[in-house]
Ligand binder design. Structure first.
Ligand SMILES: [Zn+2]
Length: 56
């Protein structure tokens, strides 16, 4: 699971983190592939660390 970022002063979860997503690999079902909001905006491809599946 992606590391959650919290405001160190108030303990609130950072808004940017809500834009991050974690999902399962569509090929092998490996969980917890994470993509940041920035990666999604740039349409970066992802690679499954388990089976090597690459795709959006
Ligand atoms: Zn996979």
């Amino acid at each position: 699971m992606a590391q959650a970022a919290y405001d160190t002063q108030y303990g609130d979860k950072l808004i940017n983190d809500s834009a991050d997503i974690t999902f399962d690999c569509p090929k092998c079902g490996f969980k917890s592939i994470s993509r940041s909001r920035k990666a999604r905006q740039l349409s970066k491809p992802y690679t499954c660390p388990k089976c090597g599946f690459i795709g959006p």
